[in-house]
Design a protein around this ligand. Structure first.
Ligand SMILES: C[S@@+](CC[C@H](N)C(=O)[O-])C[C@H]1O[C@@H](n2cnc3c(N)ncnc32)[C@H](O)[C@@H]1O
Length: 363
């Protein structure tokens, strides 16, 4: 410091934290940790059927425990968390799940957000492995997430597929419903438990459907679900080296490109596996490729977090590109172009704020 400088001007602003802001941020952090712990409570409530039981009407804790056949002491402690988190209400004896909250936590439709909590639980399972990857590189392989990941993805995507795939998503692709009705060859790469093809196979009996996935536990479940459908088959296969006997007319990739080890090879492979004029429908995360543009996107912290803890790490685990779930629209368009696809239209996915539906064709 020279004699002309005041003590204030010598100290950068950043070194004098505003105490009010520190306290506010500390509250924000504690709120975050609380929400994190509550996510496990929601996961338990969903797994154990507690929300569905509570939705039947007000109940004391012994009554609620009896409805689901659970240990009352655990149910009462769980109810404490539910009440103080304002998920349920308590009048001094009975606990109530308000109908608006029941609408978001129960039922077989896509509005039920209960299944999503399991994703947080699942990601926590491999935190030690991800920590190690931060230090040494590489990642946590897909096998470390199996078979739980298969089940969680199935529960997450099954309900939206039931409600949206045929009625809201197919009509975004010109003539697709007509082509499927007439009879075409369709593939789903990274098909997981194959629910999309089970729905399509039943709705379009003149078309044939093949699902590919690396994960044998997912393919086993897919085969079981579509057992009665003669036009639907599944193969354990690497989507980066597709060699179909005959070209496909339509290929789907639902939430299955950004976590690939070699996404460029998968996109090229899909292009080459399509007949000229064939359609590629890629459903992926709705994000910008530019971090600055993702600031303020309420879904972005979720996308970057699940990417670090799953999508990116599984790719890096096999020496892959580590594209990440927030690869974003402009990089997706660039990579589709490099793979040889023609014009790309990106639709916000009806009913799914987290996704974009990219529609393109092999020229
Ligand atoms: C996020 S999951 C999506 C599954 C399914 N499409 C859905 O929407 O529920 C991604 C899937 O891609 C599969 N996968 C990853 N890399 C693959 C590859 N190279 N070839 C085939 N499948 C792959 C995984 O096993 C996983 O089932």
């Amino acid at each position: 410091m020279t004699g002309t400088e005041s003590p204030d001007s010598a100290v950068p602003d950043t070194a004098v934290p505003d105490r009010k802001k520190v306290r506010a941020f500390a509250r924000q952090l504690f709120g975050m940790y609380t929400q994190g712990a509550l996510t496990y409570m929601v996961d338990l409530g969903h797994r154990l059927g507690l929300f569905t039981a509570a939705a039947q009407g007000p109940a004391t804790s012994p009554e609620l425990a009896a409805r689901v056949g659970l240990d009352e002491r655990y149910v009462r402690e769980w109810l404490g968390a539910m009440v103080t988190a304002e998920i349920m209400t308590y009048d001094g004896s009975a606990y109530t799940l308000p109908p608006e909250h029941a609408a978001a936590l129960t039922g077989g439709g896509s509005k039920n957000m209960g299944p999503m909590a399991a994703m947080v639980t699942l990601l926590g399972r491999n935190l030690d492995g991800v920590e190690e990857a931060f230090r040494s590189g590489g990642g946590v392989p897909y096998e470390k997430f199996a078979p739980h990941f298969t089940g969680v993805m199935d529960e997450l995507n099954r309900r939206p597929l039931d409600e949206l795939l045929i009625d809201a998503w197919l009509p975004l692709v010109p003539d697709l419903t007509e082509r499927l009705t007439a009879g075409v060859r369709v593939a789903d790469v990274g098909c997981g438990t194959g629910h999309a093809l089970a729905l399509l196979g039943a709705a379009f009996p003149a078309s044939t459907f093949v699902g590919y996935d690396l994960s044998s536990d997912a393919v086993e479940r897919a085969r079981a679900e579509s057992d009665a459908l003669e036009n639907v088959t599944f193969e354990v296969a690497d989507a980066s080296s597709l060699k179909p006997e005959r070209p496909f007319d339509v290929v789907f990739a639902i939430d299955a490109v950004h976590d690939q080890a070699d996404p460029a090879a998968v996109l090229r492979g899909v292009h080459d596996a399509l007949a000229p004029g064939g359609s590629f429908i890629m459903i992926d995360m709705a994000a910008s490729s530019d971090l600055a543009e993702n600031v303020g996107n309420p879904f972005a912290p979720w996308i970057y977090s699940i990417s670090t803890l799953h999508c990116m790490t599984v790719s890096l685990a096999s020496g892959g590109a580590g594209l990440g779930a927030a690869w974003g629209e402009s990089l997706a368009r660039q990579m589709l172009g490099e793979a040889g696809f023609g014009d790309v239209v990106a639709h916000p996915a009806p009913g799914q704020g987290l996704n974009l539906i990219y529609v393109t064709r092999r020229p």
